[in-house]
Design a protein around this ligand. Structure first.
Ligand code: CA
Length: 251
């Protein structure tokens, strides 16, 4: 990172995709001293104001006194469970909360998103990533009306149900309505094998007709757009005779 003459560090206003944000006040909750200090320093250098907390109890106190624009909440804290900290935060504030977690916590992530987290970020993450995520949440309007439909991330795949937008890495994918519905349905249940019968009922609102190929056809169209095939699956895995699931592909 550059210092001194860096125009980003000096600026009080930043533009992200045409949206302007002033300096943000960020509450960073992280018990790992190295991560907390380096991230705090990096975010400060990028132009934000950061208050750090190393425990859940400390975080609640800081939330009330600092009144941040956004919170980064590490799930693995020494004193309190991440869900409890989130619930306590939600009881006193509608501030956007990004939960930070390890990669293999998919079920926990879904649970936390359902419990009111606005988005999540996988460790290890950079300050620039955190900044971009926070601004994306704020841009979406964040907070209350957003909590029922946060962006779902499966590895490099991001699915935004509000904008009905899907991106794979930097590339925006163009999906048909049903392709999107199918992908979103599976992504809401990462790692869970969903039967074709259930997909037909829940995504197409159709009764099971036995030899119906609707699901298979849409899965194969989705695969093409995701750059994979049935023989070499990455995200979408068929389990013969059972159904299909979405997983985070190995990097
Ligand atoms: Ca931790």
């Amino acid at each position: 990172m550059r210092h001194g003459g860096d125009p980003i560090g000096a600026a009080r206003t930043q533009e992200v995709d045409g949206y302007a944000f002033g300096m943000l006040r960020i509450l960073l909750v992280e018990d790992d001293d190295d991560i907390r200090m380096s991230l705090r320093r990096a975010l400060t250098n990028l132009g934000d104001q950061v208050v750090a907390a190393a425990s859940g109890a400390d975080a609640i106190g800081r939330l009330v006194e600092f009144s941040p624009d956004a919170v980064i909440l590490d799930l693995g804290l020494p004193d309190l469970d991440g869900t409890d900290v989130l619930a306590m935060m939600r009881s006193v504030s509608s501030v956007p909360v990004l939960v930070a977690t390890a990669r293999d916590d998919e079920r926990e992530i879904i649970r936390l998103l359902n419990a009111g987290a606005d988005d999540y970020i996988i460790k290890p993450y950079s300050a620039a990533q955190v900044q971009a995520r926070i601004r994306a949440v704020l841009r979406r309007g964040g907070v209350t009306e957003e909590t029922n439909s946060p962006t779902i991330r499966i590895g490099s795949l991001a699915i935004d149900p509000r904008g009905r937008e899907v991106s794979l890495g930097d590339e925006v994918l163009t999906l048909t309505r049903k392709e999107f519905d199918l992908l979103y349905y599976l992504a809401s249940r990462p790692g869970e094998v969903v039967s074709k019968r259930k997909l037909l009922a829940d995504v197409w609102h159709l009764p099971w007709g036995g030899g119906d190929r609707t699901v298979d056809v849409h899965v194969s169209w989705l695969r093409r757009k995701l750059g994979e095939t049935a023989a070499k699956p990455r995200f979408l895995h068929s389990v013969r005779g059972v159904g299909v699931k979405i997983v985070v592909p190995p990097s």
